[in-house]
Structure formats: structure tokens, C-alpha cells
Unconditional design. Structure first.
Length: 373
């Protein structure tokens, strides 16, 4: 069993030696400048520091922005344009309300006129037309009778009847003209209202177009402001990431030193165990009179082994603490990398939206002329 323990210790020592091979390579070269063939390096327990932010793949590099922008206020022209937009939107709402009210009034008036005109046609024009038709038929009948008259007296009487029918038809026609004129006036008024409603529809369409343009530009201003906020955040996050990179590099160095120290302790412990094994073998073979001296030597080695084991406990605890700290910092660093990617993705989306001319181009007074007309 002791032999197995010894072999286990030797295996652990060899493994720990391999772990610090990479770390101690530069130091060994300094001590032994002689060039020797490189042996394949074995992977140690030291974890690699995560890739730097600059190494993270990205489709579009974010422009570098001076740190002073972190404290800058919003640009004055943006503030001025927002005031213009706010005022213009107020005018638009007022104009739309005014046009809608006017439109409703004209529609009511048109409906009333249409109803009135239809009533005149039914109650006044149709009876007149019926009377006119009857009168025309009577006159036509009289004219037929006039052609068949045999005597002068008979023809004269028929002609008098025709005169009376013609006079009546003239009166009816005069009445028809009056009614038709009333209808014509109403229809012309309806047509005028329809033209006015058409003009209102065109004005509404134009104002809605301007409103949509204002909303697009307002959205563009918000996107521009959001972009500046994201760029400022990106600067701050990069600073934080840089500080974490330095901490991780320092922890990596300290961890390597702790691993090297643990290997040294393990080697010393293994050496003591080897010597203890030799003492125990010797103790079993020496004469009785020499055994006391050998046993004292074993006590001394056992005391040293206890001391080195306690030292190993402390070194293992220190290494575990360093590894825990390294893991925590690496997690924070990875979170920062993800945040950077999220910001860059949102910046790309904003750039894509700002490519639309309506969002990007500032509002000009000429575009708002219709609101003053």
C-alpha cells in the first residue's frame, strides 16, 4: 500500500511539473541561454484570458468618439428643430380639426340641399311636367281638329280654343322654368360644395403627408439621440473592459505563481514520504539496539511531513481562492462582451433606419408653408 501511495505521489509531482512548464520557460531560458530543442508544451490549469473586445467579430466598426462626449448636452440644432416640430405638430392638429369640422358642416349642408332638391323635383317639377304634357296633348288635338274644320265659324272657334291652350301651356312653361331654376341653383350649390369637399380632401391628404414627414423626422431625432447615448455607453464599457483585462492578466500571473509554489511543496512532500519509506524499511531490518535512533529519525521526518502538509493546505486554499476570483472576473468580462455586441447590433439597426431620407433630413421652413396658407 505504501508503494502505491509513493507511486501516486510521484504521478502528482510529475503532473504539477508539467503544469508550470510553460510558465517557467522564459526563466529557464534566461538561466540557460543554450538553445535546446523545444518539447511539446502541455496544457496547464491556467485559463486563457477571454478575447479582447477589439477581437470580437463585427460587421461595422463603431466610430471612435472623444470621451468628453460623455458629458455633452444635446446639440442645439436638435433642440431647435424639436421646437419647430412641436409647433408644427400643434398647427397640424389644429388644421386637421378645422378641416374636419368644415367638412362635417359641408356634408350636412350638401345632404340637406340634395334632399331639398329631390323634394322639389318630386313635389313641384313632376306635377308641372305632367300638366305640361297634358296641355301639349290638348293643343295637338286642337290642331288636328282645326285641320278638319269645314266652316269659317267652326275653324274660328277651334282657333280660339287653341289660343287658350297655348296661353295655358306658356303659363305652365313659365312655372316650369321657375322650378327648374330653383333646382339648378341648388344643384350648382351642391356642385360647389362637392368641389370644396374635394379641396378639403386634398388639403387633408397634404397635411397628413406633412404629418407623416414630421413623425418620421421626429423618429429620426430620437434615433440620433439614442445613437449618441449608445456610443457614450460603448466608451464607458470599453474602459471597464480594459480594467478587467488588466485584472485578469494579473490574476493569471498570480495563479501561475501559486501553482508553481504548490508544485514545489508537493515535490518536498514527496521527497519526505520517500525518505520515510526508506526509514521504515531500515527500521524493520536494523538490530534492536539501533532501532531507537532510527525511530527518532522517523519522528523528525514525520514532523516535517506534517508541517509541509499544512503548508500544502494553505497553498491549495490560496490557489482555489484565486481561481474563484478569476472565474468571477471572467464572467463579468463575458457579460461586458455580450453587452458590447448588443450595443453594436442596435447601432447597426439605427444606422439602417437612418438611411431613410425622411428620417435623416432636417425639417425646412419651406416644407411647412402649407400650414401657413
Amino acid at each position: 500500500m505504501k508503494k502505491d501511495l509513493t507511486e501516486l505521489r510521484e504521478t502528482e509531482v510529475q503532473r504539477e511539473k508539467e503544469k508550470i512548464a510553460a510558465f517557467g520557460l522564459k526563466k529557464k531560458r534566461a538561466e540557460k541561454p543554450k538553445v535546446v530543442p523545444k518539447e511539446p508544451e502541455k496544457k496547464t490549469e491556467v485559463e486563457e484570458v477571454p478575447k479582447k473586445i477589439e477581437e470580437v467579430p463585427k460587421e461595422k466598426e463603431v466610430e471612435k468618439i472623444p470621451k468628453k462626449m460623455v458629458e455633452e448636452k444635446k446639440p442645439k440644432f436638435i433642440g431647435d428643430e424639436e421646437e419647430i416640430l412641436k409647433e408644427a405638430k400643434g398647427k397640424i392638429e389644429g388644421k386637421l380639426t378645422e378641416l374636419l369640422e368644415k367638412e362635417r358642416g359641408l356634408v350636412v349642408k350638401k345632404d340637406e340641399l340634395t334632399e331639398k332638391t329631390n323634394l322639389i323635383k318630386i313635389s313641384e317639377l313632376e306635377p308641372v311636367l305632367d300638366r305640361e304634357k297634358k296641355t301639349e296633348e290638348e293643343v295637338l288635338s286642337i290642331e288636328e281638329a282645326e285641320k278638319e274644320a269645314r266652316t269659317f265659324e267652326e275653324k274660328r272657334e277651334i282657333e280660339k280654343r287653341r289660343w287658350k291652350g297655348e296661353d295655358e301651356r306658356r303659363n305652365i312653361e313659365t312655372e316650369k322654368w321657375e322650378v327648374s331654376e330653383k333646382i339648378k341653383i341648388s344643384e350648382e350649390e351642391i356642385k360647389r360644395i362637392e368641389e370644396e369637399l374635394k379641396k378639403i380632401t386634398e388639403d387633408k391628404r397634404e397635411i397628413e403627408r406633412i404629418k407623416e414627414r414630421l413623425e418620421k423626422r421626429e423618429e429620426g431625432i430620437k434615433l440620433e439621440r439614442r445613437r449618441k447615448d449608445l456610443e457614450r455607453n460603448l466608451i464607458l464599457i470599453k474602459d471597464e473592459a480594459g480594467a478587467l483585462e488588466l485584472k485578469l492578466a494579473e490574476i493569471k500571473k498570480v495563479k501561475a505563481e501559486a501553482s508553481q509554489n504548490l508544485v514545489r511543496i508537493t515535490i518536498e512532500e514527496h521527497d519526505l514520504e520517500r525518505r520515510l519509506g526508506e526509514i521504515e524499511k531500515k527500521e524493520a531490518t536494523v538490530p534492536e539496539e539501533e532501532r531507537k535512533s532510527v525511530e527518532k529519525e522517523r519522528w523528525e521526518l514525520e514532523d516535517k511531513r506534517r508541517k509541509i502538509e499544512m503548508e500544502r493546505w494553505e497553498a491549495e486554499g490560496k490557489k482555489a481562492e484565486i481561481e474563484a476570483n478569476e472565474k468571477e472576473l471572467s464572467l463579468k468580462y463575458e457579460q461586458i462582451l455580450r453587452k458590447v455586441e448588443e450595443i453594436r447590433k442596435e447601432l447597426d439597426e439605427i444606422d439602417s433606419l437612418l438611411e431613410e431620407e425622411e428620417r435623416k433630413r432636417p425639417i425646412t421652413p419651406a416644407e411647412l408653408t402649407i400650414l401657413e396658407e
